[in-house]
Design a protein around this ligand. Structure first.
Ligand SMILES: [Zn+2]
Ligand SMILES: [Zn+2]
Ligand SMILES: [Zn+2]
Ligand SMILES: [Zn+2]
Length: 541
């Protein structure tokens, strides 16, 4: 059965519904941004379902673990040499590729991954359906198959020098202790009767033979080989499993270049995992020593024409979710008046209420303003890109955020100065609570325990920074309270986080530093580093 014969006669109905999906998304994105939802209409559409050709190439590779046992005990397939084992395993890889169970298992693994592994990076997996045990029987390396080895104790001679006479065959006479004489009761000396006066006697251990039988080899001169357990052989077991190496390939020759372009826009893997295309995995084919699992993706692409507030806009919609992948960046032109109001607001306090009102007529501007009262600029940017995608240019999105930030700073300028004052006073309170109470001595006590006393200046500095943080917090809280009053109700969102502190944050570093120094100066006992500095300037107060 050819690949194309496996396709459904007709693509599913949902492929042809993507223009409507795209139109709905466009209407939602534009609604409130200079046009109303019912001013967005789908005028014309032409949908085609394109074929994406791709395949997964799977190759089998053997993995071996070798173990050995003594004796001639083969199991599995017996092979003459290790090289023969390797050659057979490699040959098996090719046969296994055509095996039904192996193919079924590979198919299951491929199908289990997100998007049926379409667009997946190269990966490998273990195959359970294939297993082979090989044996190679070899002569024992120690005895070379003889089952015995020369006795090391007797040097293979079978006998050893007698231990009783050190190989002499004779020992000192036990009666006369080697003197050759015996003393009689009357004190006279006579030659030893036992040894006839020689002082030596035949060794009782070897009966004068000078050698003894080797006890280790029992006189045989050879001992049983322990390496091979007296079998003369070793059996090597090659326990063999196979793993698969899978590699995805998009067939760029068979797939139309403009379709490849759409795929790359959507992301090749995401096309499958996010369900932009209907992915069909076809019957696998064997080609040489590889298994090929062909894919056909059905990807709908629609050329459409929208009417937005009476004006015509061509666009391209792709994928089953109806994503708009080509359109004029309509948000830019539609919301321009709102961003102009932000630019004017950022320049000063003139006509603030009216400018705020005209900026807030646009949903996107409201979203940016609301975002910035609680989050960082980059966070707001990410959110904007997700929400409006290609309907807004990168440049315009960034400009909107920049001017919205400046406008908010300008609007809350006064309150931020007040916040700076309040925050610096709070920092002063914190410093007093440290320098003018036993708190600092307690900290020093702890540092002495940890042998960090010399770093007390670092602790004092850390407190300055803590106070700075407190002052910045004061600025942000005052700014947030002011913005809550200035911005219209529909800009308020319930989120944690505070607006930015602007240049007042840097002023706060200075004011908190001055307050910190002042408090340290009036504290008793005065900090030693401050005393030292004052002394250097000739001021020992
Ligand atoms: Zn051996
Ligand atoms: Zn021996
Ligand atoms: Zn004697
Ligand atoms: Zn002896």
């Amino acid at each position: 059965m050819s690949r194309l014969e496996q396709l459904p006669a007709q693509p599913a109905e949902e492929h042809f519904q993507i223009p409507q999906k795209g139109a709905r998304d466009l209407a939602n994105m534009l609604d409130g941004n200079g046009v109303k939802i019912d001013q967005v209409r789908l005028v014309k559409h032409d949908t085609q379902v394109h074929l994406v050709h791709a395949q997964m190439l799977v190759e089998l590779k053997p993995d071996m673990t070798v173990s050995q046992r003594s004796g001639n005990q083969p199991s599995g397939k017996t092979m003459p040499t290790k090289e023969a084992v390797m050659a057979d395993a490699a040959a098996q890889s090719k046969t296994l590729v055509a095996d039904d169970n192996v193919q079924r298992e590979i198919g299951e693994v491929i199908d289990k991954k997100p998007g049926k592994s379409f667009g997946e990076k190269p990966f490998r997996f273990k195959l359970a359906a294939a297993h082979q045990e090989y044996s190679v029987v070899d002569k024992c390396l120690k005895c070379n198959g003889a089952t015995t080895n020369p006795c090391g104790t007797c040097n293979a001679s079978g006998h050893a020098p007698c231990t009783g006479c050190a190989g002499q065959g004779a020992t000192q006479c036990a009666v006369c202790y080697g003197t050759g004489q015996q003393q009689r009761a009357d004190g006279s000396r006579v030659p030893c009767m036992k040894c006839s006066g020689s002082g030596r006697g035949v060794c009782m251990t070897c009966q004068g033979m000078k050698t003894l039988r080797c006890v280790v080899c029992n006189g045989q001169g050879r001992t049983s080989c322990t390496e091979c357990d007296r079998s003369g052989h070793w059996t090597y077991i090659y326990d063999t499993h196979w793993h698969c190496e899978a590699q995805f390939e998009l067939d760029r020759k068979q797939t139309l270049p403009e379709v490849v372009e759409v795929l790359e826009h959507l992301g090749i893997q995401k096309t499958a995992t996010e369900g932009h295309a209907e992915i069909l995995r076809l019957v696998s084919e064997v080609e040489g020593d590889k298994l090929i699992l062909p894919f056909i993706g059905l990807l709908p692409v629609s050329q459409v024409e929208f009417s937005v507030a009476g004006k015509s806009h061509p666009a391209v919609i792709a994928g089953l979710h109806g994503r708009i992948i080509e359109i004029e960046p309509l948000i830019d032109s539609l919301t321009k008046p709102g961003v102009s109001a932000l630019v004017k607001l950022s320049k000063g306090p003139m006509a603030a209420a009216a400018l705020v009102a005209s900026a807030c007529r646009f949903k996107m501007v409201r979203q940016v303003l609301a975002g910035l009262t609680h989050n960082s600029k980059s966070h707001v940017y990410q959110k904007l890109r997700r929400e409006y995608q290609i309907l807004v240019t990168d440049k315009f999105a960034k400009a909107t955020i920049r001017y919205a930030d400046l406008a908010l700073l300008a609007l809350a300028e006064g309150p931020r100065w007040k916040g700076l004052a309040a925050g610096s006073i709070a920092a002063g309170g914190l410093y007093a609570a440290y320098f003018m109470t036993p708190a600092r001595e307690a900290v020093r006590g702890l540092m002495v325990q940890q042998q960090l006393e010399q770093h007390i200046l670092a602790a004092d500095f850390a407190l300055w920074l803590l106070g700075w943080g407190l002052a910045v917090l004061g600025i942000k809280i005052f700014a947030a309270a002011a913005l809550k009053k200035i911005l219209p109700q529909n800009v308020q969102v319930k989120e944690h986080g505070l607006p930015s502190a602007g240049k007042q944050a840097w002023y706060a570093l200075g004011t908190s530093g001055l307050v910190w120094l002042g408090v340290a100066f009036f504290a008793t006992p005065r900090a030693e580093w401050l005393v030292n500095i004052l002394r250097k300037f000739g001021l020992s107060l």
